[in-house]
Ligand binder design. Sequence first.
Ligand SMILES: [Zn+2]
Length: 243
Amino acid sequence: MVSQLDIAPTIARVLGITMSTHGRPIEGVEGWGCSDVILIIADSFGWSLYFNYLTDTKTISCLTSTGRLYAVRSVSSRTSPAIASILTGLPPKQHKITDTERARCSTLKSIVERASEAGLKTAVIMEAEGAATFRGLVDIERGVSKSLEPAQFDEEIRRETISALSLFPRLTVCHFLGIDRAAHDGGGEDVMRERALAIDSHVRAICKAARQKTLLIFTSDHQPHAGPFKTEGKALPLILARI
Ligand SMILES: [Zn+2]
């Protein structure tokens, strides 16, 4: 079964980088001939939310049908440890990153830093404190203020990601927070639908801005903590597609 820990080694193999992780590269993806990778993490985009809106989220649906879809188990119910696992390929017990402060102090190297060290241009676009932990370690680091409203926050992540892509990074990581924030703010089904459709439109815009032969990876960090799609299940969508 594919795991969140397999994402970093899969990216490493596609980019031709050596990286020691607890995961395994997903077989066959390197044969797609991709030279660039974009990893989109949509916070709290759990399996039931994904499945519920699949007919409305046309871009995500299209990526699912042209690429590969996996149901992966989340390794943590919290954002920082889950994203650290996605980026290092290590379980939370091993990377010990529980929050942004620990991420700042950690000497472990993520796939983004490994790629930078290998001479590949890299970009990270996320909320400002998280982005700051990559300062000086990646080529393009863009932070977005958490004080923005969820919809506006995601719009900014999209704008900064597209701006970063104009500089042709080989590896780009971006993190959308709108669904998670809407769920914590008590958003109902109508708000969640709106946020899911917005994510779909952001993914579409990013795909349009990407170079040909890009491996697009779309996934989430954990299940929603609140709202209509809160669930005890741990399955998250992981989509890999060549664009
Ligand atoms: Zn999260």
